[in-house]
Ligand binder design. Structure first.
Ligand SMILES: [Zn+2]
Length: 351
């Protein structure tokens, strides 16, 4: 993949990035280096093999410096003590809780140490990706696949097992991108699994490595790619986590090849922290647009008409799927996630 500058991208430009500095390489993979924009001079770091391609780099680095620079080899007992000393909900505990839920959701069905007596069926992310893949056309154009909001990376691995093309996973969460990178590229899953409260247990096991995959840190609203780069774009439980879902859909359509496909799953679990109220799809009073129904609001964005968000058009009927996320031994959250499939409208015009 040849990334473009996301700072230029937000201003409507598509300027290539050049690798101007390589400090560490492993098996043709740049582990540490710098990408620079030929047009505006913006520089983006590659850190532990993860390119950080976000539009407001200073702000992102300030907000995430702890996650980007924290050591990851803390032994279980020392990690427990640090988490207790710094307190529940603080940096270390917050990361462990987050990674526990998504590490489990994505990989626990591949963990030989799992006893199988859990309240939640593990491997939910893989199940939903399989459901989405059931609905895409049998023949996609040759080209790479893009998984947005890839979390702990299982969905990237599932895509890799369905294609011989490159698969790229993008996320903005540093701790999850690191788990994804280690699992998908390195073939090793490691995370602390929450039993309850501040009680965690270390999980570490091998999974198949996928050399044709990579994980980047990037923003779904400013994708670092030229137009028409991907044959398939997938996003599970992402659309309600971005600041502007309509802009995100337009961006998905932009990077999709003319005869490519897009498959989305979203539980419409809105929060003001992630998405300003004005940009929610539904989730508001019955007197508001689409009677507050998020499914109808999404359908309008994926249909011909004034509200269409870019070039994506719904290609088949929507479906619903259950998705449960494990919080600890005795707690989980259950969602109904809305599945929708779309194609690039340019194809409909041509055919
Ligand atoms: Zn630039």
């Amino acid at each position: 993949m040849r990334p473009v500058c996301v700072a230029c991208r937000l201003k409507g430009g598509l300027a290539p990035l050049t690798l101007t500095c390589v400090e560490e390489e492993r098996n043709d993979d740049v582990r540490a280096g710098i990408l620079q924009c030929d047009a505006c001079g913006s520089r983006y770091p590659i850190l532990d093999g993860l390119p950080v391609l976000v539009p407001d780099l200073s702000r992102y680095l300030s907000d995430n410096l702890f996650y980007l620079t924290m050591r990851r080899d803390l032994s279980p007992a020392v990690a427990d003590l640090l988490a207790e000393a710094t307190g529940p909900g603080a940096g270390l505990d917050a990361i462990r809780q987050h990674v526990s839920s998504y590490g489990w959701d994505h990989w626990a069905d591949r963990d030989p140490a799992e006893a199988g007596a859990e309240q939640v069926e593990p491997g939910q992310a893989a199940r939903i990706m399989a459901h989405l893949l059931d609905g895409i056309p049998a023949s996609l154009p040759p080209g790479p696949l893009l998984d947005l909001g890839c979390g702990a990376g299982r969905t990237v691995a599932e895509l890799a097992e369905h294609t011989d093309q490159l698969v790229l996973g993008l996320d903005l969460s540093v701790p999850l991108a690191r788990v994804a990178q280690d699992a998908v590229v390195g073939g090793q899953v490691a995370y602390d699994r929450r039993r309850g409260g501040l009680h965690f247990e270390r999980r570490a096991f091998d999974v198949p490595a996928h050399p044709r995959c990579d994980i980047w840190i990037a923003d779904a609203l400013a994708l670092p790619f030229v137009d028409a780069s991907f044959a398939l774009v997938t996003a599970i439980n992402l659309l309600d986590c971005v600041a502007d879902p309509s802009q995100a859909l337009a961006e998905f359509g932009r990077v999709l090849m003319p005869d490519g496909a897009c498959a989305l799953a979203t539980p419409f679990d809105w929060s003001g922290a992630a998405t300003p109220l004005a940009n929610w799809l539904g989730g508001r009073a019955a007197q508001s647009a689409h009677k507050g129904r998020p499914e109808q609001a999404l359908d309008a964005l994926l249909s011909d008409g004034a509200q269409a968000a870019g070039s994506l058009r719904r290609s088949r009927p929507t479906e619903e799927a259950e998705w449960q996320i494990r919080l600890h031994d005795r707690s989980s959250m259950r969602y109904l996630t809305h599945l929708s499939w779309s194609a690039n409208a340019l194809v409909d015009v041509a055919t």
